[in-house]
Design a protein around this ligand. Structure first.
Ligand code: FE2
Ligand code: FE2
Length: 358
């Protein structure tokens, strides 16, 4: 029988189990930290707020949310060709990112259990949420006859070590940007039901509330350690993390604009909105935010987008690896230069507004 359905080929570890996408500077990262330092951290300065957040986690608003309904119960073979490839890529990247949160929070919950019970329980309950998110996405992959072996992923990935304060900056931002990404897609599809090509997006409204609460937890924990928000080092590091998170998302999404187009979204418009909102949100806790309204910001990012296209073109050439590397060098240099210039752009101080409502 000749199938008329055009199916992209995916490499498999064993039948139905997808080989994880190659790790690059732009793929979701796995983290580990100094558990000892984390256990010794005092939360006294903001204990009330943290306990209130713990109560919210215990309430478990989304206990019954992640249940696959009959909308999934049909064939998804009509999503084929490039669209299918983009879908699988989106589901895999999202699942990997959610699962990376699960692993980190789970380990923190385990290691802090006897030393810092409030934090330990918060981390455990957040890992519960991330496990649901990752599991739901992995189940969605099975609609495309694939899944990820999360045990294999746990063992095979590289882990980036970050001191606790860097974990806080990075996870705070990834939770808040996750919130804005999910809610923006949800609201768009609410306005444009004709673009609802797959039911997982209908779950994003309650889902993103989990991410928002996780973000609020990291906001509260940073406030419990005011020294990581108050000095010139904090201003430099917050600038660095904001830029890294925004630039990574922009480069990833512009490269996959086809996926957003399936949902009726313009990848650039979508990212600019998500960046504006996340930047604004971060201003409630970070001492600075980035000047994302300056035209220079996106002009420089666009140079990097062009550079990355150049890198991919070199990758697909047939020349030997050393030749490719030499060809890539000036492009790497240009990316580094753009990143440096972006980093040196004057940020907006928001800590001077302290005392007023931020
Ligand atoms: Fe999540
Ligand atoms: Fe989360």
């Amino acid at each position: 029988m000749v199938s008329t359905i055009q199916k992209p080929e995916f490499e498999e570890i064993r039948p139905g189990i997808k080989v994880p996408a190659k790790e690059t500077i732009l793929t979701p990262r796995f983290y580990t930290t100094d558990f000892e330092a984390m256990a010794e951290m005092s939360i006294a300065a903001n204990e009330e707020e943290l306990k209130a957040i713990l109560e919210e986690f215990r309430t478990d608003y989304n206990r019954h949310h992640f249940v696959r309904n009959q909308e999934f119960d049909r064939s998804w073979e009509h999503i084929d060709g490039e669209t299918r490839r983009l879908f699988v890529e989106f589901l895999e990247r999202s699942c990997t990112a959610e699962f990376s949160g699960f692993l980190l929070y789970k380990e923190l919950g385990r290691r802090l259990k006897n030393r810092n019970p409030v934090l330990a329980e918060c981390f455990n309950l957040m890992s519960r949420d991330e496990a649901r998110h990752a599991g739901f996405l992995n189940k969605a992959l099975s609609d495309f006859n694939l899944s990820l072996d999360l045990g294999f992923l746990t063992k095979s990935r590289n882990y980036t070590f970050f001191k606790p304060k860097f974990i806080f900056y990075a996870t705070y931002l990834s939770e808040k940007i996750g919130y804005w990404r999910y809610i923006t897609i949800y609201r768009h599809l609410e306005q444009h039901p004709e673009d609802r090509v797959y039911p997982i997006f209908n779950f994003f409204e309650n889902w993103c509330q989990d991410e928002n609460r996780h973000g609020d937890f990291f906001d509260a924990i940073m406030r419990a350690q005011p020294d990581i928000l108050n000095d010139w080092r904090a201003r430099l590091w917050c600038r660095f993390f904001l830029l890294s998170v925004f630039a990574t998302m922009y480069l990833n999404d512009t490269q996959r604009s086809g996926f957003y187009a399936i949902l009726g979204l313009d990848a650039r418009e979508y990212d600019k909105y998500v960046i504006e909102k996340t930047n604004e949100t971060a201003g409630r806790v970070f001492p600075i935010v980035l000047d994302v309204d300056s035209p220079e910001f996106y002009d420089r990012l666009e140079i990097c987008v062009g550079n990355n296209e150049g890198l991919r073109a070199i990758d697909s050439e047939n020349s030997p690896a050393p030749v490719k590397f030499l060809k890539k060098l000036p492009i790497f240099a240009s990316n580094a230069w753009q990143f440096l210039k972006l980093y040196l752009m004057k940020p907006i101080r928001v800590d001077k507004l302290a005392g007023s409502v931020r």
